[in-house]
Design a protein around this ligand. Structure first.
Ligand code: 5RP
Length: 273
């Protein structure tokens, strides 16, 4: 692998553990001001010290993240549909590779929509992005989107989508956790991270999801709503970090959560300043 590509990837997936806690905050690109992410700067600042990567669009990056932060950026570069449309799969590449390089991001992310009306379009978008990524030393994450059809989150569909993404050349794939996730991971020869999806009922449900995904082959999470829609987002991300990087059990993660719950977030500082 080219040095630049390898360096960027290792900023996100930490070489010490081979794992990553990515904080997803790119929902606004089709969902608008998602609950609790209405003011991205306010929500993200206390969380950034605990994120190995933060996923945003260029608009939120420029307006809401201080350029002096050193948290690696995963730049969402696909879009073109909004939540008002029945079919969310009609996406194009919205942000150029030149812009991604100018913004000094660590990777770019694009959704693919396998089995939809725009399957071919989204797969060709991915292949174009991978071609440009290879030229520029920029890793590409493919996101196996399901649009509004949440029931598609099963091993048969996700293993197909993830494998297609890897075959086209995605360097990392983000998908959903599902029953028989091992089948999805085994068929995907690149690092796999899981999204959280809509907010789950309890913190324990989230810790179980993260724990099981890692046991079954994921290298980490790229999670949003189950962190920042929780009343204690910093406690949540710390607990998730303990599973991902410290091999904590679900019970130990719950203890980390309870220890940190209700504490006011430490003042976030830039480069320890
Ligand atoms: C938005 C996304 C999100 O990044 C992804 O769904 C992860 O966030 P969440 O954990 O809230 O599902 O791709 O389009």
């Amino acid at each position: 692998m080219d040095w630049g590509m390898s360096n960027r990837l290792s900023r996100m997936i930490k070489p010490k553990t081979g794992r990553s806690v990515m904080l997803a905050a790119d929902h606004g690109y089709f969902m608008g001001p998602t609950r609790r992410l209405e003011n991205p700067r306010k929500m993200l600042e206390p969380l950034l010290p605990y994120a190995d990567t933060v996923a945003v669009t260029r608009g939120i990056l420029r307006t809401s993240i201080d350029p002096r932060w050193d948290t690696p950026i995963l730049l969402r570069v696909s879009g073109g549909a909004s939540i008002l449309k029945e079919d969310l799969s009609d996406e194009e590449i919205t942000t150029s590779m030149k812009e991604a390089v100018r913004l000094n991001v660590s990777a770019v992310a694009i959704s693919i929509f396998v089995g939809t009306n725009h399957e071919k379009q989204s797969l060709i978008n991915l292949s174009k992005l991978v071609n440009e990524g290879e030229e520029n030393g920029m890793p590409v994450m493919a996101i196996t989107a399901v649009g509004k059809e949440l029931e598609k989150r099963d091993a048969k569909y996700l293993s197909l989508s993830c494998r297609l993404a890897a075959e086209i050349g995605a360097h990392v794939v983000k998908t959903y956790y599902c029953e028989n996730f091992r089948k999805v991971a085994d068929g995907t020869p690149v690092p796999l991270v899981v999204a959280g999806g809509p907010k789950l009922d309890t913190e324990l449900d989230v810790f179980n999801l993260v724990y099981n995904a890692l046991q079954e082959g994921a290298v980490g999470v790229d999670m949003g709503r189950n962190i920042w829609q929780n009343d204690n987002p910093v406690a949540m991300i710390k607990a998730i970090r303990s599973i991902v990087h410290e091999k904590a059990t679900v019970k130990e993660a719950q203890d980390v959560f309870l220890e940190n719950k209700g504490k006011s977030a430490e003042k976030a500082t830039i480069h320890g300043a």
